[in-house]
Design a protein around this ligand. Structure first.
Ligand code: ATP
Ligand code: MG
Length: 327
């Protein structure tokens, strides 16, 4: 039973931010994450995709408990970490780590990169000085750098190399789960593939579970085993990666797929241009949040419940019209 249990299990996760509006100073509520549920098993990489402001980063931070949820559950290896005290949370902190988007600003320029990688080991009281030095050397090799480079400072590295250091730092304490929030968005296209390959290799080699956040479906295709598509705080479609790329069952995913520049579109596939901006999460549309930009929307979509329906064993969609649209 334990062996089959997903490492990360999220149920009904919701995060509402309260902020003062620019006009009149009234308190506004932003539902950044709405009733999100999913599971990630060991060696699985769930990619979250969606436009800016759809709630991807907030979801990642809730999973790591860098943010407290408004409601819902985050189980890590069976324990609801959303409810744990600071001290009870400590052992879980080691088991889940984050890789940041920007390898330039996430490394302290005055700290030798080896010391930056060692930091987590010190914080968690792992090993003596000699053992930690050996571990840092091993990590540098693991991420495709040379052990002696640990002596250098961040400015001596390229963007891609810095992201390798960021990954080494996340891996130092032997985590089981990693949140990678747009880990290649700040990198040149030419080095993106190298970092994606590294993440994919580490997932396989170490059995890492991953939440991989991205804008770009082309990037996701390299690494994801599963994909969740987010729109205005909701997951609107989720499937295994193969299934999603082969046969989407949601018009928003369809639009994202058609916009992905480096994906080969099937024969005769048209490019769908989404009209209008994403609505404000402070005042979202009723029913299906995508209906205001959906070319398939009908009046009934204004009352659509935001629940996910199983399309098949490996796919769920929130679109109430998917049968008619994709028949
Ligand atoms: N601390 C905060 N206070 C108030 N609102 C916030 C806060 N953090 C995020 N939000 C709002 O929550 C929503 C979701 O933000 P989030 O950063 O999770 O989106 P995202 O999908 O990661 O976007 P991006 O692709 O731009 O990184 C946005 O409307 C954002 O403005
Ligand atoms: Mg983000």
């Amino acid at each position: 039973m334990t062996a089959l249990r997903p490492l990360v299990q999220v149920e009904g996760l919701t995060k509402t931010f309260l902020s003062r509006g620019a006009v009149g100073g009234r308190v506004q509520t932003t539902k950044a994450v709405s009733n999100v549920s999913f599971a990630i098993g060991r060696s699985e990489n769930l990619a979250l995709v969606g436009e800016s402001g759809s709630g991807k980063t907030t979801t990642g931070r809730l999973l790591l408990r860098l943010l407290d949820a408004t409601s819902g559950m985050v189980r890590f290896d069976g324990t609801d970490i959303a409810a744990l005290s600071r001290s009870a949370l400590r052992p879980f902190r080691r088991r889940m780590q984050i890789v940041f988007q920007d390898p330039y600003s996430s490394l302290n320029p005055y700290l030798r990169v080896g010391d930056a990688v060692e930091e987590g080991l010190i914080i968690h009281g792992i090993g003596n000085a000699g053992q930690r030095r050996d571990r840092v050397a091993e990590l540098f090799e693991l991420v495709g750098l040379r052990a002696h480079q640990a002596e250098r400072f961040p400015h001596e590295f390229s963007g891609g190399q810095r992201q390798r250091i960021g990954i080494a730092r996340a891996l130092a304490v032997n985590p089981e789960f990693i949140v990678a929030d747009e880990p290649v968005s700040a990198l040149d296209v030419s080095v993106q593939a190298q970092i994606l390959n590294l993440l994919e290799e580490l997932r396989r080699k170490l059995g890492l579970a991953m939440l991989f956040i991205a804008h770009d479906l082309a990037v996701v295709r390299y690494v994801a085993t599963h994909v969740g598509v987010m729109y205005l705080g909701h997951i609107v479609e989720m499937a295994t990666a193969d299934r999603l790329f082969e046969a989407t069952r949601h018009p928003y995913t369809e639009a994202l797929l058609s916009a992905a520049p480096r994906l080969e579109l099937g024969h005769g596939a048209e490019r769908i241009v989404l009209s209008g901006d994403i609505p404000s999460p402070i005042d979202p549309p009723s029913g299906c949040p995508f209906r205001t930009r959906c070319r398939h929307a009908r009046t009934e979509c204004a009352d659509a419940p935001m629940t996910l329906e199983a399309v098949g064993p490996d796919q769920v969609t929130a679109c109430i019209r998917y049968r008619e649209i994709y028949s």
